[in-house]
Design a protein around this ligand. Structure first.
Ligand SMILES: NC(=O)c1ccc[n+]([C@@H]2O[C@H](COP(=O)([O-])OP(=O)(O)OC[C@H]3O[C@@H](n4cnc5c(N)ncnc54)[C@H](OP(=O)(O)O)[C@@H]3O)[C@@H](O)[C@H]2O)c1
Length: 327
């Protein structure tokens, strides 16, 4: 089979297609013929060496496809079943070994590409707005990178719960997409002279001087100060990523001075701990797709061999919605 293999950490050019032995399923495992793999920011952190990886490294953790092999001790899954996953290392490959307990059955009404697009970013959007800070009817919400993969999904889910969502985006095209997802107000933050000073002022103007109940911030370094200053008293900052870089060490007294704020830095694996939790969140997402209340935008699809271009686009802020790789 063909897979994308990195021999060392580096820029997008280290992603090269190579032949690998066809995998066979060990106990508790499935082998799945890939329909689509998701491209995620964490793949770029691992490729670049921001997070440690061992080499040769096959990137990717997310995808969907059809089961072609079932290992010993696996019950309830058969060859031919359609499954999706968010945590199978080596997913940028024609055949992927998936731990059976992380494989989610995909309903007939959901295309495999949509399922691949929903697993990591969709489950993230779901836990952020339902569990980390559960959006309540009437809440004011600020969400950065509103036209991104997590952004478009989280906006729709937060609006469905009654939130009034303000987003930030990097371009006019992204503004249109974000409004389409339900954002009530959209700020083009790259046009602000000083994001840390100007964005909180805009947000306060939009919220009657109060600030928002919650900020979901996956941009990190460039937005963190603005996010804190955009919160109302006892508001919650959910820092869930660092697309612009990691936030430096933080003086905890700032939470006190800024109005008894809450700060959390969540990660998906802590919100899909048990199989029931994984299946429950995925079932809600799939049901919303099937009844038409959740639109999943696949902004770009690349062949496996063009993985370097997919990473360049994601890191260069040129993507909207989900980026997929197909065999
Ligand atoms: N904690 C978790 O469980 C979890 C799970 C999944 C993802 N994440 C994180 O969530 C964030 C969003 O992930 P995603 O996959 O949905 O990506 P994405 O939002 O589709 O893409 C990232 C977006 O961030 C914005 N951005 C701002 N400054 C940037 C910079 N300097 N470089 C690159 N992008 C910049 C860009 O949008 P604009 O052009 O609109 O600014 C860009 O399109 C990432 O930080 C990711 O690591 C966290």
């Amino acid at each position: 089979m063909r897979a994308v293999v990195c021999q060392e950490a580096g820029g997008p050019e280290v992603l090269a297609v190579a032949d690998r032995p066809d995998p066979s399923p060990g106990p508790g495992q499935l082998v799945v013929e890939l329909a689509a793999a998701g491209v995620n920011f964490i793949d770029t952190y691992l490729r670049a060496g921001v997070y440690p990886a061992s080499y040769p490294h096959v990137p990717g953790s997310e995808g969907a496809g059809v089961v072609v092999g079932v290992g010993d001790g696996v019950a309830g899954v058969a060859v031919g079943d359609r499954v999706a996953w968010e945590s199978a290392p080596g997913s940028y490959a024609e055949r992927v070994v998936v731990p059976a307990d992380r494989a989610v059955p995909v309903p007939d009404g959901v295309p495999l590409e949509t399922a691949a697009a929903l697993m990591l970013q969709g489950l993230t959007a779901h836990y952020l707005v339902t569990s980390t800070y559960p959006v309540r009817d009437g809440d004011d919400v600020l969400l950065h990178a509103g036209a991104g993969g997590v952004g478009l999904l989280a906006t729709q889910l937060a609006v469905a719960r009654g939130g009034r969502v303000i987003t930030t985006v990097g371009s006019a095209e992204k503004e249109e997409l974000s409004r389409g997802a339900g954002a009530a107000d959209v700020v083009r933050y790259r046009e602000l002279d000083d994001v840390a000073a100007d964005l909180p002022r805009v947000v306060r103007d939009l919220t009657g001087g109060e600030g928002v109940h919650v900020v979901y911030d996956g941009v990190g370094k460039d937005t963190f100060d603005a996010s804190l200053a955009s919160l109302r008293r006892r508001g919650t900052l959910v820092l869930f990523g660092g697309a612009s870089g990691q936030v430096p060490p933080f003086d905890i007294q700032r939470l006190n001075r800024a109005g008894s704020l809450f700060l959390t830095r969540p990660t998906l694996s802590d919100y899909v701990v048990t199989r029931d939790e994984l299946l429950g969140r995925a079932a809600e997402l799939f049901a919303a797709v099937e009844d038409g209340t959740l639109d999943v935008r696949v902004g770009a699809t690349y062949p496996l061999a063009d993985a370097p271009d997919a990473h360049r686009a994601l890191e260069g802020r040129r993507t909207t919605g989900k980026v997929l790789l197909v065999p």
